[in-house]
Design a protein around this ligand. Structure first.
Ligand code: NZQ
Ligand code: ZN
Length: 392
């Protein structure tokens, strides 16, 4: 097992109605002037935003607001948020929404104390300090409520890039599974796909014998395989929603990844799809992740057999393990199709003729990625091609 630091300082506040306590938690973490950051209309329509404001008022917390975060959040709103926080002397940013809102809040939080352009942090610079961020989560998906990551799209050129640092980890995250009951089935499924992908990116590793991490990964994956069809069939199933919400956090605090090398190539390859077509990140992953698996499985057939047998219940073919590995990948794709996800370019709204543009935007040049299998630009093009034509 590799040595590691595991730092997850977020207080997770989980359960029905807990958003009514957000004023108390802001106080606890030293906030007195809050920016409420939110997305389109979902939090307004559900009355969540009013409940959050009432809770802040009750605790005597001053607040201002900035809505309008789009899925695949843009740099342009981040600049507005930075100006607003500076002029209002905001000391804590409260993100009310999903990964996009939280990531936008984190970008603003880094930008406020920084004299340069906040985009520097999405071009490789590590952030040293940021305003405190807290969240009221409304969708189980990106895991941003517990992660130190943020992904922003620069409108000029539609470049989607990530930034990361422990100072971005939220102080507290309020997680009421009931809030996710208003999600359309498609968004629920996109979230579930993202959660599973966060585990797979850590499951496929070259570091041997990290049994504890393998078993934690499999626990999250098995939970998702069981619970996702239940919420798709019944969006108001609180218990299934609750299990998925916590699985989403566990999948991405990095507790299921420590002690070994990780991959993350599927995420990089997907980000170019959501940048070019503005599709949901989870939907892009449904198309890319099984294609990546098909491209790399020969690198370690037995690890794919492990996924196939332990997660998808495939029988082990001891005479020809490759059959088992392929059956596992097929089972994953069939699962994704079953929850309503796209599995190829046409279903996603992507075009095979755009592959050279996607590869160029990935920007690898003549180098190789890091990960389970190190990929060249030609490999990435081939993964897009497999994804473009995938069938069950
Ligand atoms: O804008 P509103 O009206 O709120 O609608 C949102 C949005 O259209 C809607 N929604 C959210 N909660 C809802 C709801 N609709 C009804 N009821 C609710 N309770 O769902 C749509 C998608 O929201 P979004 O925040 O975009 O979803 P998600 O959490 O999947 O976030 C995706 C973003 O996170 C990034 C992705 O790349 C993408 O940009 N990621 C962030 C990561 C991180 N920070 O650690 C890691 C991930 O791998 C990922 O890359
Ligand atoms: Zn993701």
């Amino acid at each position: 097992m590799n040595g590691f630091n595991f730092f997850s300082p977020t207080e997770f506040v989980f359960g029905k109605g807990r958003e009514n306590e957000c004023g108390e938690f802001v106080k606890k973490y030293g906030g007195s002037k809050v920016l409420i950051h939110y997305g389109g209309q979902s939090a307004v329509k559900s009355g969540l935003l009013d409940r959050v404001k009432a809770s802040l008022d009750k605790s005597g917390i001053y607040w201002c607001e900035l809505g309008g975060v789009k899925p695949n959040p843009r740099d342009t709103l981040v600049y507005q948020g930075i100006e607003l926080c500076r002029s209002e002397k905001v000391d804590l940013i409260l993100a009310v929404g999903g990964g996009s809102v939280i990531d936008s809040a984190k970008a603003i939080a880094m930008g406020v104390p920084y004299e340069g352009d906040f985009w520097d942090f999405y071009s490789g610079k590590r952030p040293e300090k940021a305003l405190p961020v807290a969240t009221v989560l409304t969708i189980a998906a990106a895991g941003s409520e517990g992660s130190g990551d943020s992904v922003i799209t620069k409108e000029d050129g539609m470049l989607k890039r990530g930034a990361g640092g422990d100072c971005l980890r939220p102080r507290f995250s309020i997680m009421d599974p009931e809030l996710t009951q208003t999600l359309p089935a498609y968004q629920t499924a996109c979230g579930a796909t993202d959660i599973m992908a966060h585990v797979f990116e850590r499951y496929f590793t070259n570091t041997p014998e990290v049994e504890i991490t393998d078993r934690l990964c499999e626990a999250v994956l098995l939970t998702m395989v069981k619970e996702t069809p239940r919420v798709i069939a019944d969006p108001n199933n609180y218990e299934a929603r609750a299990n998925i919400m916590w699985a989403g956090t566990v999948a991405h605090t990095n507790i299921v990844g420590v002690g070994r090398d990780q991959d993350w190539n599927s995420h990089g390859i997907e980000h170019e799809l959501s940048a070019l077509y503005d599709c949901a990140h989870g939907a892009g992953l449904a198309v890319i992740m099984p294609a990546w698996m098909e491209f790399v499985y020969k690198h370690n057939i037995m690890r794919f057999c492990q996924m196939a047998t332990r997660v998808f219940g495939c029988n082990m073919d001891f005479e020809n393990p490759e059959n088992t590995a392929l059956a596992g990948i097929r089972a994953f794709r069939t699962f994704l199709r079953g929850i309503g996800m796209p599995i190829n370019f046409a279903e996603l709204g992507a075009k095979e003729e755009d592959i050279p543009v996607l590869v160029e935007k990935f920007g690898l040049g003549y180098g190789l990625t890091w990960g389970f299998v190190r990929l060249s630009s030609a490999d990435i093009a081939e993964i897009y091609r497999i994804a473009a034509r995938a069938e069950i």
